[in-house]
Design a protein around this ligand. Structure first.
Ligand code: GDP
Ligand code: IMO
Ligand code: MG
Length: 426
């Protein structure tokens, strides 16, 4: 068997959590492969909304195992909050959650370093989620990090103290004030919980499952345009959010990747700083934000809104090898008479249809094509055959431009508000 991958093609928050939850019954295992609690994945069913940060979005289904892979960074404090919330809802987390020994730990000082780094950047700050993601991945690649498996070693405290001493030096350099005592108390409570969970050699677990013929869905976090290599650097996160990240983040070979499901909004959003060529810093952007409730699931920050960006989407499809597309939040555009699609950019007076090297310091002007809106309430639809012809035209146009079939259209936040088109998955 192969591992299917579902990942974001824009700047995150495309609706990954919702669709992973919808698709989970088709799989035996759901695995997160990168990122950490900077992610906020929202699921809605039976009138209740759930937001997950570290735990894969398959956790609400019976008989499906959820793996937090080696590529993920874990904050025990946040993980504990998630586990507690799920336990309250009657989810038997311990039975179906498996944590990689090789996943790196976010220490309280990583969070402080994140804040100190952002402070020192002033107006050039990344707009990070302040969850300690950057500093933790820096320690990982700098070969100083502490992994989940280290919690069980006799010299764990020594390792912890050594790394924290290093962090304190950097915080001193930043002249950053803090009170570590309280933070460490919470950290050790979280660590106790983490040690009580099922900690595994996840690369062996995943590969054995594949050999046994089990089906696996890898759940991406963030989005392609936030990828540390291919995103709008330096306004990116610190991991590979793209399909290649699945291999390193779960320990599977490239030839074990199956379908790559690329998910995007019918428009576009971004939270945090950095370039956003199709951003609508005006009343239209505000209208989209209102209709789409575009506020961050992790930080509550208002998301910047804009029109869909085809050069960026084509780039994301290329980098990830996307085989199927999933279009989210079509209903948010229900009231628009005209919808705009960015087909090209003007850069240095030249019209281009690809993502240029630098969109941070270069002026990138979008060129738009108008599409007729459907002016229909999509949220009530229950079958793909009911979609208005204007939406059909929009979908057909995108498929022709992007050259990949759109197999799912989402028309509301609930599990049930999901319209499946012909070529349905696995
Ligand atoms: P993720 O990070 O990719 O999982 O996405 P988020 O959960 O951060 O953000 C997506 C938001 O859109 C959440 O509030 C979802 O409940 C909501 N959502 C998902 N799909 C749809 C949809 O088709 N229509 C509407 N209106 N909301 C949706
Ligand atoms: P999900 O999985 C949207 C953004 C932050 C910031 C940049 C770096 O819910 O789609 P970081 O804390 O990672 O160092 O922040 O990346 N960012 C996200 N934006 N969705 C996310 O996750 C994000 N995770 C990080 O806003 O601009
Ligand atoms: Mg999110």
């Amino acid at each position: 068997m192969k591992v299917d991958v579902l990942l974001g093609l824009q700047w995150g928050d495309e609706g990954k959590g919702k669709i992973v939850d919808v698709l989970t019954p088709k799989y035996n295992i759901i695995g997160r492969f990168q990122g950490g609690p900077n992610a906020g994945h929202t699921l809605e069913f039976d009138g209740i909304k759930h937001v997950l940060h570290t735990i894969p979005s398959g956790i609400f289904h019976e008989g499906v195992n959820n793996v937090v892979g080696n590529g993920v960074v874990i904050d025990p404090v946040i993980l504990k909050k998630e586990v507690d919330a799920l336990t309250k809802l009657g989810v038997d987390v311990n039975k179906k959650l498996f944590i990689s020994k090789k996943a790196h730990l976010i220490l309280p000082t990583h969070r402080l370093l994140d804040a100190a780094s952002e402070n020192s950047k002033g107006i050039e700050k990344i707009g990070s989620t302040l969850k300690g993601i950057g500093p933790t991945y820096m320690d990982k690649t700098g070969r100083n990090g502490i992994r989940v498996g280290d919690l069980f070693l006799p010299d764990f405290k020594l390792r912890y103290d050594k790394l924290v001493a290093k962090h304190k030096q950097i915080l001193k350099f930043h002249k950053f004030e803090y009170n570590l005592e309280e933070l460490e108390k919470d950290f050790y409570v979280g660590v106790k919980l983490l040690k009580s969970l099922t900690v595994i050699d996840s690369e062996h677990y995943i590969n054995k499952a594949l050999d046994k013929g089990q089906t696996i869905l890898a759940e991406g976090a963030q989005g392609t345009m936030l990828d540390v290599d291919f995103g709008s650097y330096p306004f990116v996160t610190s991991s590979n959010t793209t399909s290649a990240g699945t291999c390193t983040g779960l320990g599977i070979a490239p030839n074990k990747i199956g379908e790559v499901l690329g998910i995007f909004k019918a428009y576009c959003t971004r939270v945090g700083s950095g370039p956003f060529p199709t951003e609508l810093d005006n009343a239209v952007g505000e209208e989209i934000r209102k209709a789409g409730h575009e506020f961050g699931a992790t930080t509550g920050r208002p998301r910047r809104c804009g029109w869909i960006d085809l050069p960026a989407l084509k780039y994301a499809i290329m980098i990830n090898g996307v085989t199927q597309l999933i279009m989210m939040k079509a209903d948010v555009l229900d009231k628009f008479e005209t919808i705009k699609v960015c087909t090209h950019y003007i850069v240095d007076g030249e019209k281009i249809d690809y993502m240029p090297y630098d969109i941070v310091s270069t002026d990138v002007q979008p060129i738009y094509k108008d599409i007729k809106g459907w002016r229909t309430d999509l949220t009530k639809l229950s079958d793909i055959s009911e979609i208005p012809k204007e939406l059909n035209n929009y979908v057909a146009y995108l498929e022709q431009e992007l050259n990949v079939p759109i197999t799912i259209i989402s028309v509301g936040p609930d599990r049930k508000q999901t319209l499946l088109r012909e070529r349905v998955l696995v």
